[in-house]
Design a binder for this molecule. Structure first.
Ligand code: PMP
Length: 396
């Protein structure tokens, strides 16, 4: 059977590829340390599981409105109001099958063929693919360590053309582990004033911020920003619910309605009993569980970045958000390590896995070949063991 040109144009996710290879080696009995994870290594809090079980027992097992049950949309509206200073009505919110689906559907609802989407590096691997699937074009803006990998207002200004339809902002950032300050976001928002550029603000790592870092929702910066922004968030990272597939989008009513029309033909509603669990997740006693997880990530991120920085030829800043370190390892490029020629991040990751049994993700699919991504969603013990191996491997 033939495969469409559309499907052929989309590669498998590079992050999943690394995890699969590491799992293959583990299955063969190899002691692999995996730094590939994109999911918190904590279980979903018990009270959320209980709410799902209760919903199942109460017969919440049938279709709901495609955009989600009103009670959940109202709970999300309240969360956005209380925590983010955003005023959305329930109608301006759609519940999607994970944040990935939110982004896919938002692009399908807004973009036309030939539209351009400004995408700063490093970007989450899925963005370029969903832009392509909407027949639009990613206009990639290369950032570097001089601005902590953040796009500057002047870079944004020069990337805008007549065809620009959208800017994607992801803060805290995957894979970069950095967070835009409110002032930095405000400066970007000001550049957009007077243009027709929409914004997707991917806020999925909102609760995982460290040190003095402050989180701000892009749409809350000004009335202008509110009107041009689709705020995207989800339950995967904050509540350790990656497998439940729950994300949401809030924004202008006409776009949310368009997304709901698309969703009504693509997937219909999110799993019904999961929607009830999501209402529970947003209520008390979420704070305590989230804070415990956040503190643990902060401790690990500090340790991992310090260790990485102490390795010859590795540069890593301390993460301010998410659960990733994104060191520059490019000073090792050009070396030959045990017969493996390291020309870039792909060779680096492959050789490290094969020779030292450490799995990390190359930076190339994130648009930064000088870097590699290490997730600290694993125990401190694993982190220590993996970094010992990495250090030894590089010091040969
Ligand atoms: N955005 C970013 C930046 C992510 O890293 C992820 C998960 N890897 C998502 C969105 C989507 O998460 P989910 O589909 O599980 O909600």
């Amino acid at each position: 059977m033939k495969v469409s040109k559309r499907a052929q144009s989309v590669p498998a996710s590079a992050t999943i590829a690394v995890t699969s290879r590491a799992q293959e080696l583990k299955a063969q009995g190899v002691d692999v340390v995996g730094f590939g994870a994109g999911a918190p290594d904590f279980d979903t809090p018990e009270y959320i599981k209980d709410a799902a079980i209760e919903a199942l027992r109460a017969g919440k097992t049938k279709y709901t409105a495609a955009a989600g049950i009103v009670e959940l949309r109202a709970a999300i509206a309240e969360k956005l109001h209380k925590e983010n200073g955003l005023n959305y009505s329930s109608d301006q919110i759609i519940v999607n099958i994970g944040g990935k689906h939110s982004i896919y559907e938002a692009m399908q609802a807004v973009l036309d063929p030939g539209d351009e989407v400004i995408l700063p590096t490093p970007y989450w691997v899925t963005y370029p693919e969903v832009i392509k699937l909407a027949d639009a074009k990613a206009r990639i803006v290369q950032t570097d360590k001089s601005t902590e990998y953040k796009i500057t207002p002047s870079q944004l200004q020069s990337a805008i053309t007549k065809k620009t339809a959208m800017l994607v902002i992801n803060s805290p950032n995957n894979p970069g582990g950095f967070t835009y300050t409110p002032d930095e976001q405000r400066a970007l928002a000001e550049v957009l004033e007077g243009t027709d550029v929409y914004v997707i603000s991917d806020e999925i790592y909102e609760k995982l911020i460290y040190g003095k870092t402050k989180f701000v929702s892009f749409a809350s910066l000004s009335e202008d920003a509110y009107n041009r922004t689709l705020t995207m968030n989800g339950f995967s990272k904050t509540f350790s619910m990656t497998g439940w597939r729950l994300g949401y989008t809030a924004g202008p009513l006409n776009v949310i309605k368009a997304m709901a029309r698309l969703q009504s033909h693509m997937t219909s509603n999110c799993v019904t009993f999961c929607q009830y669990a999501a209402i529970a997740a947003l209520g008390a006693p979420a704070g305590e569980a989230i804070e415990k997880m956040r503190q643990e990530f902060e401790r690990r991120g500090k340790y991992m970045s310090q260790r990485l920085n102490g390795i010859e030829g590795v540069e890593c800043s301390e993460p301010t958000g998410a659960f990733y370190c994104f060191p520059d390892v490019s000073s090792h490029y050009g070396r030959n390590i045990n017969g493996a020629k390291i020309t870039g991040s792909m060779d680096f990751a492959k050789a490290l896995l094969e020779q030292a049994n450490v799995a990390l993700v190359p930076g190339l699919p994130f648009g930064c070949d000088d870097n590699v991504r290490l997730s600290f969603a694993c125990s401190l013990e694993q982190i220590t063991k993996g970094l010992d191996r990495l250090e030894e491997w590089l010091n040969q």
